[in-house]
Design a protein around this ligand. Structure first.
Ligand code: C5P
Length: 410
C-alpha cells in the first residue's frame, strides 16, 4: 500500500518520538522512502543520527542552514513528498499548525507544502481535551488535515487516558488507506447515535444509564476515517468529540430523535446510544422537596414521591420504518445481560433494522464503560461472533463491513 511512496515525516518533541523510529523502519520495509525533519523538541527525545541511520536519508532540522538550503530548500523538501506525516504531533505543534506559524523548518515546510498532511497527536489527556486543543484540531480538520489516534491507555506522564499516540501499525494503516484508491465511503453520509440520554425528574435530578459512549464515538470516527460525511448525535459523555465528525450534543431521547431526523437522508444509521426507554411524565419545574421534619408529611416513614413514567420514542425503530428517508442500512445495538444472541435476534425483527450488534454487558464481563467489547454481528439469521477486542477495533471492523455493504457508486 505504501510501496514507492515518498513520505516526509516530521518528528516533534514528545516521548512518543521513539516510536517514530519504528514507524520509519516499517514504512521502509513496506517499500516507502522516508525523509525526516526533526524539530528541536524532537531532538531532545531521539537523535538525528538514529533517524538518519534508520531512514537512510539525511535528517533535516535547521531552517537557517545554508548547506541544507542549497542542497534541498524547505519548499522542495515539503513538495517532493507524496504525503507529509507528523508523528508525534504535540499539543504545541498542533497549535502552531492551527495558527500557521513558521518559526522552524517543520512548521515552515507545512505551510509551504502542497501535499496532504496526516498527524498522529500525542499528549496528556487533559491537554488533548483542553478547549484550546479541541479548537486547534477542529481548525486543522476544517482545512482537511487528516489524523490518526490518539488512543487511550497508559501515558508517559504516569496518568491514564486519551492522548497516547496511535500505535505504529495504526499509523501505517492510515497512511496505506490514504494511498488506497481514495476514501471508500466518500460521497456517503452516516448517522451515529452514542452515549446515554438523560430525562429530567426535576431541574436537578434525572434518569439515565451507565453508557460511556466509547463504542458509538469510535464508530463515528471509523466511518469518518473511511470518508463518510458523519453526524454523531451524542448524549452527555466524557469522551472527546471524534475528529472529522459533525457532533450534535443532546440530552433527552426526544432531542436525539429530532437531531436524527434533521440529519437525514443518510446512507447508513448506526444506533449505538443507550436511549432511556422511559421519561418522566410530568417533570417538576421546581426541585422536589422532602418536607422538613415536624411539618405535615415530614414524619419518619413518609412515603417518597411517585414518579410516573411514559415511553420514549424508539429512535432505531423510527429510522428503520419503511419510507423514502429510510437509510439503506440501519444498524442497532443490543446490550444484553442474558440470552444475548436470542434477545438480539428478536430485537432485530421487532425494530425492523438490517443488522444488530449484540453484546453481553452482564457485570462479570466488565464491558460497560470498559475499553474492550465482545460482540456478535447478526444479519438476518446469521450470527458472526467476533473475538474480544478493543472498542476501537470493533468500530473499525464494523465500518469496514459497512463499507463493503455500501460498495458501489453512491
Ligand atoms: O430495546 P433496546 O433499548 O434494548 O434496543 C437497543 C437498540 O435500540 C439500540 O440500538 C438503541 O440505540 C436503540 N434504541 C433507540 N431508541 C430507544 C430505545 C433503544 O434508538 N428509545
Amino acid at each position: 500500500m505504501v510501496s514507492g511512496k515518498r513520505i516526509l515525516l516530521i518528528v516533534t518533541g514528545g516521548i512518543a518520538a521513539y516510536k517514530s523510529l519504528d514507524l520509519v523502519r516499517r514504512l521502509r520495509q513496506g517499500g516507502a522512502s522516508v525523509r525526516a525533519i526533526l524539530t528541536k523538541g524532537g531532538a531532545e527525545f531521539i537523535t538525528p543520527l538514529s533517524l538518519a541511520a534508520i531512514s537512510g536519508e539525511k535528517v533535516y532540522g535547521d531552517l537557517f542552514s545554508l548547506t541544507d538550503e542549497s542542497e534541498m530548500g524547505h519548499i522542495r523538501l515539503s513538495r517532493q513528498a507524496d504525503l507529509v506525516v507528523v508523528a508525534p504531533a504535540t499539543a504545541d505543534f498542533i497549535a502552531k499548525m492551527a495558527m500557521g506559524l513558521a518559526d522552524d523548518l517543520a512548521s515552515t515546510a507545512l505551510l509551504a507544502t502542497d501535499k496532504d498532511v496526516l498527524i498522529a497527536p500525542a499528549m496528556n489527556e487533559k491537554m488533548w481535551q483542553h478547549p484550546a486543543t479541541r479548537q486547534n484540531m477542529a481548525a486543522l480538520e476544517g482545512r482537511g488535515v487528516l489524523s490518526v489516534g490518539p488512543g487511550a491507555g497508559d501515558l508517559a506522564c504516569g496518568e491514564e487516558g486519551w492522548g497516547r499516540m496511535a500505535e505504529v501499525p495504526e499509523i501505517i494503516e492510515a497512511i496505506g488507506a490514504y494511498f488506497s484508491t481514495g476514501a471508500p465511503l466518500s460521497g456517503r453520509r452516516a448517522l451515529v447515535t452514542s452515549g446515554p440520554t438523560i430525562e429530567a425528574i426535576d431541574p436537578v435530578r434525572f434518569i439515565s444509564n451507565r453508557s460511556s459512549g466509547k463504542q458509538g464515538h469510535a464508530i463515528a470516527q471509523a466511518l469518518a476515517r473511511l470518508g463518510a460525511e458523519t453526524t454523531l448525535i451524542a448524549g452527555p459523555v466524557s469522551e472527546p468529540d471524534p475528529a472529522g465528525v459533525d457532533v450534535v450534543h443532546i440530552e433527552t431521547a426526544a432531542d436525539m430523535l429530532s437531531a436524527c431526523e434533521e440529519a437525514l437522508p443518510v446512507d447508513v444509521a448506526v444506533c449505538a446510544a443507550a436511549v432511556s426507554d422511559w421519561r418522566v411524565k410530568n417533570p417538576a419545574t421546581r426541585k422536589i422537596k422532602k418536607s422538613p421534619p415536624g411539618q405535615k408529611g415530614g414524619k419518619k416513614g413518609e412515603k417518597p414521591p411517585v414518579i410516573a413514567l411514559e415511553e420514549n420514542p424508539d429512535i432505531l425503530a423510527r429510522l428503520s420504518a419503511p419510507g423514502n428517508m429510510r437509510p439503506a442500512l440501519v444498524i442497532g445495538f443490543a446490550a444484553e445481560t442474558e440470552d444475548c444472541v436470542d434477545n438480539a435476534k428478536a430485537k432485530l425483527v421487532a425494530k425492523g433494522c438490517d443488522w444488530i450488534v449484540a453484546n453481553d454487558v452482564s457485570a462479570e464481563t466488565g464491558i460497560l464503560g470498559g475499553d474492550d467489547n465482545t460482540v456478535h454481528l447478526i444479519i438476518g439469521s446469521v450470527v458472526e461472533s467476533w473475538p474480544k477486542m478493543s472498542k476501537q477495533a470493533v468500530a473499525e471492523r464494523l465500518a469496514t463491513r459497512i463499507r463493503d455493504h455500501l460498495a458501489g457508486p453512491p
